[in-house]
Ligand binder design. Sequence first.
Ligand SMILES: Cc1ncc(COP(=O)(O)O)c(C=O)c1O
Length: 394
Amino acid sequence: MTFSKDDLNRARAETRACEDLIHFNNAGSSLMPAPVADYLHEFLREEEMNGGYETADQEKEALENFYVSSSKLLNCKPDEMAFAENATRAWDMAFYGFSFSKGDRILTTMSEYGSNVIAYNQQAERYGLEVVFVPDDEYGQIDVCALRQAIDDRVKLISISLIPTGGGLVNPAEAVGKVAREAGVPYLLDACQGVGHLPLDVEKIGCDILSGTGRKYLRGPRGTGLLYVRHEMMDKLVPPFLDQHAADLISPGEYKMLPDAKRFENWEQNFAGKAGLGVAIDYALQFGIESIQHRVYMLADKLRNGLSEIDGIELTDLGEEKCGIVTFRAAQAGCESIKSGLHKHRINVSVSDGSGSLVSFQDRDITEVVRASVHYFNTEEEILFFLDALESIV
Ligand SMILES: Cc1ncc(COP(=O)(O)O)c(C=O)c1O
C-alpha cells in the first residue's frame, strides 16, 4: 500500500495549518486534522450548550467508538482497551499493577523512556528489585541475544519502549516478544511514538500490555492516551487505583472490579478527547497505517540524506530500522538556537534534552539533540526548505 497523490492532497487540505507552517514536531504533538479538530470543537460546544452529562449521553456511540477503533488499530478486542489521559498514565496503570518480590528483575533497554526508568527505580526501592538495562547491539537497538541470555527465574517483566523519545530507532519489538513468550514472562511495550506511525499488531508482537498517546502520530487531541491489556493478563494485574467506574461497590465492605480493561480507567474522563481520539484513529485507518509508515519513512530518509550533506551536522539516530523521528546536532550551533532560528522561518522542531532518553544519552555522551519529526502530510518541498533554512542558521 502506498500513499497516493490524492491521499496527500486530502491530507494537506485537511491540515489547515500546513499552508504556512512546516510542522516537524509530530513526535511532540502533531497537528490535528480538520475533521478531528471540528469534532472536538463541536463536542465542547455541546457540553457548553447542553451540559456535560447530557452530551456524553448523546455521543454515547462516538465514545464507544474509541474502543472499537483502537482495537482495530492494534488487532485486539474492544474490551482489552482502556482510555487514559496520556501514555504515561496508561503505562503506569499497568506497570504499578504488578506485584514484585525482593530480588525480582525487570529487563529493559538502554533507550527506555525516562519516566518509565523513574517508575522502575521507585518500585526497585519499594520491593528490592533489580533493573537490568540490556545492552544494545551493533545497530544501537536492544540486543535480542543479550536479552535471551538475561532470562532466568528472577525475571518477572520485560518492558521496553518501541521508539525512544530522542531518536529515530525502532526496537525489534517482535523479536523481543518471541523471547518473552518462550520465557513465559509478561511483556509491556511502550508504543507511545509508534501508534499511528507504523503497524502495531499485538498478536504479531506478542506483547501483553501496550500503551500509546493520542496527540503524536495519531494526530488526536492532547490529554488523551490508550492502554491495551491482554485478557490473560487482566487478572494478573491489580490496578493501583480503583474508583466506582473501574469497580462496583456491592456492599460497605465489598467491591468487584469490572471484567474488562475499563478497570484501568477513571470515572471522570476527557470525554471530548476520548471521542475525538476515536475520530483520529478512524482518520488514520482510512489512509492505512502501512501507507502512512511508508510515506513517513521515505520523508525521514530524505531528511537524513539532506542533513548528512551539511557540514558540521551529526545525525544521532540509531537502529537498523529508522522511523520518522530524525535527530541531529551541529558543531556550529546549540540545539536551542537552531530550534529558535528555524521557528523564525515558521518551522517547528523540538529539542530532546536527554531527560527522556537519559540512559542512552549518558552512555553516548549526548546532552541534547534537535528532533525533527515528520508525518505523512509533510512534503519533500518542505524538507528542502528546512535544509536551506538550517544551512543559513549553521
Ligand atoms: C517513548 C515515550 N513514552 C512515553 C511518553 C509519554 O507520553 P505522554 O506525554 O503522552 O504521557 C513519550 C513522550 O514523549 C515517549 O516518547
